[in-house]
Ligand binder design. Structure first.
Ligand code: CP
Length: 305
């Protein structure tokens, strides 16, 4: 379709096509001259109703490197603060004839709803606990570059699965690409019926990490938890924080990932985050290339492209 709302519904061929295109942009981004003209004359608006460091900045850089005029809507100082709704905000921006809207919102389904009200392409930059498709694509690119494949790998996704759109998008992508997906979390941080997503469920790190090729840690999203359900940080780190001792259960050549932002000492030990098995900084680099690939492929579907 015209939009990218989720990984759900993308075929293995479509995912591979985006990853192959992103590889070209990895090379481009390492050169001194990084600009292309694919989006010249096009307007991209980044509309982030939730905080972001990586996603917003890399979408801005990606759009600019492809030649688009990029506008970052400052939601904090917008009329959203006066009570204007998501839909009215979208309709207002739509009247300015953007070509691409990149949207992050705290409610699951908000980005799909917005996409039905505007004429331009819409890219989901994270909606509630639903999907964060470009995160899963950048994670897949990072895995493929380091392991040479995705099919057949055992990937353990650990921690706050309940609140994680990153987990949902990654589960969908990894299953489509033929990986074996595990989730590792206390019962309180697992969504009900998680098995139906096509994952094997583990409740201890020792069992869940056994022989894993990729250990993907998730941020403990305390801002989405109600008071008494917030686990004690010390206890959480003891049982579910990734440290050297727990990582030893994974395959000897296992690689560690985290989408960021990290809570050091909560879900991951600093020594692991900065250690030789960590891909965390490479994930950020891949984020720019993947977002360029997504914008480039959408550009081909724009009117008069
Ligand atoms: N991984 C991720 O989405 O990070 P930001 O919230 O900083 O964009």
């Amino acid at each position: 379709g015209r939009d990218l709302i989720g990984i759900e519904g993308l075929s293995a061929g479509e995912i591979t096509g985006l990853l192959d295109l992103a590889e070209e942009f990895v090379e481009l981004n390492r050169q001194i001259e990084k600009k292309r003209t694919t989006l010249r004359g096009r307007t991209q608006i980044n509309l982030f109703f939730e905080a972001s460091t990586r996603t917003q900045s890399s979408f801005e850089i990606a759009g600019k490197r492809l030649g688009a005029d990029v506008m970052n809507m400052s939601v904090a100082s917008s009329s959203v603060k006066k009570g204007e709704t998501l839909i009215d905000t979208a309709i207002t921006l739509n009247a300015m004839h953007p070509d691409i809207l990149v949207v992050r919102h705290h409610a699951s389904g908000a980005v799909a709803l917005l996409a039905r009200k505007v004429d331009c392409c819409v890219v989901n930059a994270g909606d509630g606990a639903h999907e964060h498709p470009t995160q899963a694509l950048l994670d897949a690119l990072t895995i493929r570059r380091n392991k040479g494949r995705i099919q057949g790998l055992t990937v353990a996704i650990c921690g706050d699965v309940l609140h994680s759109r990153v987990a949902r998008s990654n589960i969908a992508l990894l299953n489509t690409m033929g990986a074996k997906v595990r989730v590792v979390a206390p019962s309180t941080l697992l969504p009900s019926g998680v098995e139906s997503l096509g994952v094997e469920v583990f409740r201890t790190m020792e069992a869940g990490l056994e022989g894993a090729d990729i250990v993907m840690m998730l941020r403990l999203q305390r801002e989405r938890m109600a008071g008494s359900f917030i686990p004690s940080v010390k206890e959480y780190f003891h049982y579910f924080g990734l440290d050297e001792a727990k990582l030893r259960y994974a395959a000897p050549d296992a690689l560690v990932m985290h989408p960021g932002p990290m809570n050091r000492g909560v879900e991951i030990d600093s020594a692991i985050a900065d250690g030789a098995q960590s891909l965390i900084r490479e994930q950020v680099e891949m984020g720019v290339a993947v977002r360029m690939a997504v914008l480039d492929s959408l550009a081909r579907k724009l009117p008069n492209a």
